[in-house]
Design a protein around this ligand. Structure first.
Ligand code: NAD
Ligand code: TYD
Length: 336
C-alpha cells in the first residue's frame, strides 16, 4: 500500500510513520508537512537517510496543485494528521486554525475526491464533543459542542468529512482520540512542558485548580487505532479511541515530579485557560467491537517510557525550543 500522510513531522504523525513502516514491509509512505513551528524534520531523519519506502515533501495541505500532483495513481490512501494543534495558541489567534484545520482538510478531501483515492482517514479529536461533567463518556453519537477555537476548527473538518461522504460518497473515515503522550511531543503540551520545567527546577504552571480531567493514551495505541481505521474502518463512520486512563492534571503533574524525584512544591497554580473543558472521557466500545481496538499500554508504564525518552533525548528538546517557541511561551505564561 502507498500512503500519503500529512503532518508526519509532528508528534503523532512521526510516531505513526515510524510504526507503520516497521510493521508493514509492503507499505511506502510520502509525508507532506509544511514544517510549522511544531513540525520537525529531524523526527524522521533516520528514515530519510536509510529507508527507501519513505519520502518527505515540504508543502502545505492547502496547496491544491501540489496535493493533486502528489496524489498520482500510485497512491492508495491518505491519512490527514496535519493541523494546528495547540489550544492555547488558538486562543491567541484562531485564524491559522480555521485556515489549516478546516480549509486544509477540505482541500485534502477535495483533491482525494478528484483523484478517486480509495480511502481517506481524517484524524480528529475528542475535543470536538466539548466538555463532560463529573460523569459519563463521549460516544460517537454525542453532539459536537466544541468550546475552543482549536476544537471548533476540528469539528468543522469533521462536518466537512460527513458532508463529503453524504454528498459524494467520498470514502472517508473519521477518528476521534483522547489526549496522547509519548516520544516527540512538542514541549508546549502538558507532559513535556512539565518535564522541562521540573528538570530545570522551574515552577510547573497548572491551570486553575488542576482538577480538569483528560483521558490519556500512549501515542502508539492511537497510531494503531488509526491503522485499524485505515485498514478495517467503514466508509462514512466515526471511531472514538481512548486510553481508559482518566487523570486530573494534578495527578499527571505529580506523576512527572515523582518519576524525576522532584518536590511537589514546584507546582504553581496559575490563571485558568478561558473556556477550559472540565473533563474528557471516551467510550470506545464501537472501535473495540468493529475494529478490535484496545489500548495496550497503561498510564504507569506509558509514563515511564515517555519520561525515559525525554531523558535520553536532551538534544531533541534543545533543538525544538527555537526562538519562536520561546516567544510564545514567554508571552503566554507571563500573562498568567
Ligand atoms: P503537532 O502539532 O505535533 O503536529 C502537526 C503537524 O502538522 C506538524 O508537523 C506541522 O508542521 C504540520 N502542519 C501544520 N500545518 C500544516 C499545513 N498547512 N500543511 C502541512 N502540514 C502542516 O500535532 P499532533 O499532536 O501530532 O496532532 C496530529 C493530529 O492529531 C492533529 O490533527 C490533532 O488535531 C490530532 N489529535 C491530537 C491529539 C493529541 O493529544 N496531540 C489527540 C487527538 C487528536
Ligand atoms: P494540553 O496538553 O494543552 O492538551 P489539551 O488542552 O488539548 O487537552 O493540556 C492538557 C491539560 O493540561 C489541559 O487541561 C490544560 C492543562 N495544562 C495546564 O494545566 N498547564 C499547562 O501549562 C498546559 C500546557 C496545560
Amino acid at each position: 500500500m502507498k500512503l500519503l500522510v500529512t503532518g508526519g513531522c509532528g508528534f503523532i504523525g512521526s510516531n505513526f510513520i515510524r510504526l507503520m513502516l516497521a510493521k508493514h514491509p509492503d507499505w511506502s509512505i510520502v509525508n507532506l508537512d509544511l514544517l510549522t513551528y511544531a513540525g520537525n524534520r529531524l523526527n524522521l531523519a533516520d528514515l530519510e537517510e536509510n529507508e527507501s519506502r519513505y519520502t518527505f515533501v515540504q508543502g502545505d495541505i492547502r496547496d491544491r496543485e501540489l496535493v493533486l500532483d502528489l496524489l498520482d495513481s500510485s497512491v492508495d490512501a491518505v491519512v490527514n494528521f496535519a493541523a494546528e494543534s495547540h489550544v492555547d495558541r488558538s486562543i491567541n489567534d484562531p485564524s491559522p486554525f480555521v485556515d489549516t484545520n478546516v480549509g486544509g482538510a477540505q482541500n485534502m478531501m477535495e483533491c482525494a475526491r478528484q483523484r478517486r483515492i480509495g480511502r481517506f482517514v481524517h484524524v480528529s479529536t475528542d475535543e470536538v464533543y466539548g466538555t463532560l461533567g463529573r460523569d459519563g463518556k463521549f460516544t460517537e453519537r454525542t453532539p459536537l459542542a466544541p468550546n475552543s477555537p482549536y476544537s471548533a476548527s476540528k469539528a468543522g473538518a469533521d462536518l466537512m468529512a460527513r458532508a463529503y461522504f453524504e454528498t459524494y460518497g467520498f470514502p472517508v473515515v473519521v477518528t476521534r482520540c483522547s489526549n496522547n503522550y509519548g516520544p516527540y511531543q512538542f514541549p508546549e503540551k502538558l507532559i513535556p512542558l512539565m518535564f522541562l520545567n521540573a528538570c530545570a527546577d522551574k515552577p510547573l504552571p497548572v491551570y486553575g485548580n488542576g482538577m480538569n480531567v483528560r483521558d490519556w493514551i500512549y501515542v502508539d495505541d492511537h497510531c494503531t487505532g488509526v491503522e485499524l481505521a485505515l485498514t478495517k474502518g467503514l466508509e462514512g463512520d466515526v471511531y472514538n479511541f481512548g486510553g481508559d486512563a482518566e487523570k486530573t492534571n494534578l495527578e499527571v503533574v505529580k506523576t512527572v515530579l515523582a518519576q524525576l524525584g522532584k518536590p511537589e512544591s514546584l507546582i504553581s497554580f496559575v490563571k485558568d485557560r478561558p473556556g477550559h473543558d472540565l473533563r474528557y472521557a471516551m467510550d470506545f466500545s464501537h472501535a473495540r467491537r468493529e475494529l478490535g481496538f484496545a489500548p495496550s499500554l497503561d498510564f504507569t508504564h506509558g509514563m515511564q517510557r515517555t519520561i525515559q525518552w525525554y531523558q535520553d533525548n536532551p538534544e531533541w528538546l534543545k533543538k525544538v525550543q527555537s526562538g519562536e517557541y520561546r516567544t510564545f511561551m514567554t508571552s503566554w505564561y507571563e500573562e498568567r
